[in-house]
Design a binder for this molecule. Structure first.
Ligand code: ADE
Length: 352
């Protein structure tokens, strides 16, 4: 996907009907660490599968803001990784016919990083900040008046000559994304007009997503093959698309790309250690540790992370949500516990 550094941001200029062009025009990626170029993202609310409540709320908000000719209210999207927060921001920008600048909080360490971005925003443009819970205090304090009053206050000079310069900003929309809504300070959270959670996708939605992606990748899959990928992707479109690529690799190498069936999917996903419920080697490592070293729990997250040499934050935001969702793990106030369903999945039998 092209990265554009300038362009006409008026709705009429970027609302061409070609979806791939619309996305190009809507996009300015400031932060190269965020992958945006997978070619499989939907470009309109209509094409976006699942998250029906979120879509309804945002559809109304978009139409209302277009009707008023004003910027969309600031939006906070939260939920586990891979569920489509960045995609939704790009869809919103596309629906509004404006450009979306993409960055992430760790790249906004110095005041000038965020000031530079804000003062260059054109009317109604969108700024997407990923991992917004990781904003530095200075960046956060610069954002308060920017979000509320469309201004930033810059302190210039020192000692007796110190004064505050006020810069007016164009009306813009901040879309913040986080996997840890609870870590956001309340002053920041309170400045978002729309606060929306993204949930894991159901099987039916995932099947539609896999079918759509297979079509875009020119692959033919049987219904059962589609279902098998959907059952094993942890309720997450990003993982579904990744698994589909791995299946494509195996199909290509084995000369079976003409029609991919569930046997080939099973072969490809087993090769990558993804089991029939979507657990990978890392999930099983966490569960085995709790079972073998802590008798199934309870055990604290930090103890698990230390024993595995992992980062507690990654465990909490990436590994744990899906194990909780499957009912294989429980969070109690004494720590994490493997449930009987989890024990049985790993062949341990019920706890006594
Ligand atoms: N690709 C990834 N996420 C998607 C979604 N929610 N709808 C359609 N295609 C997608």
């Amino acid at each position: 996907m092209a990265i554009v550094s300038s362009g006409d941001s008026s709705p009429s200029a970027s609302s061409s009907r070609d979806p791939s062009r619309m996305m190009d025009a809507a996009l300015l990626q400031e932060d190269q660490s965020i992958s945006i170029e997978d070619g499989l993202r939907p470009s309109s609310l209509e094409d976006y599968i699942g998250q029906s409540e979120l879509k309804q709320v945002l559809d109304i908000a978009v139409k209302a803001s277009l009707g008023r000719g004003d910027s969309l209210d600031h939006v906070l999207l939260y939920g586990p990784p891979g569920l489509g927060k960045t995609t939704m921001a790009l869809v919103l920008a596309n629906e509004l016919g404006v450009r979306c600048r993409i960055t992430s909080a760790p790249s906004l360490e110095r005041p000038r990083d965020i000031i530079g971005l804000l003062v260059n925003m054109k009317p109604r443009e969108m700024l997407f900040i990923d991992e917004i819970h990781r904003l530095s205090k200075v960046a956060e304090e610069l954002l308060y008046p920017a979000m509320e009053d469309r201004r930033i206050d810059i302190n210039v000079g020192k000692g007796t000559t110190a004064r505050t310069r006020v810069l007016k900003l164009a009306p813009f929309t901040l879309v913040g994304a986080t996997t840890k809504a609870g870590s956001l300070s309340s002053p920041l959270r309170d400045r978002f007009g729309l606060i929306q959670r993204l949930n894991f996708y159901c099987l039916n939605e995932l099947q539609q997503i896999v079918e759509r992606a297979a079509g875009l990748m020119n692959l033919s899959l049987t219904d059962n093959a589609c279902k098998e990928i959907s059952l094993r992707c942890r309720g997450t479109p990003r993982i579904a698309n990744r698994l589909l690529r791995r299946v494509r690799d195996v199909a290509t190498v084995k000369g079976k790309a003409a029609l991919i069936d569930e046997i080939l999917v099973d072969e490809a996903l087993s090769l990558h250690g993804v089991d029939n419920r979507g657990l990978d080697a890392n999930d099983r490592r966490v569960m085995q540790l709790i079972l073998e070293s802590y008798n199934g729990g309870p055990v604290g997250l930090d103890a698990i992370a230390a024993a595995l040499g992992d980062d507690p934050n990654t465990l909490e935001t990436v590994v744990e949500p899906f194990l909780l969702q499957l009912g294989f793990l429980q969070r109690t106030n004494r720590g994490r516990v493997i449930t009987n369903a989890g024990r049985n999945h790993l062949g341990w039998g019920d706890s006594q």
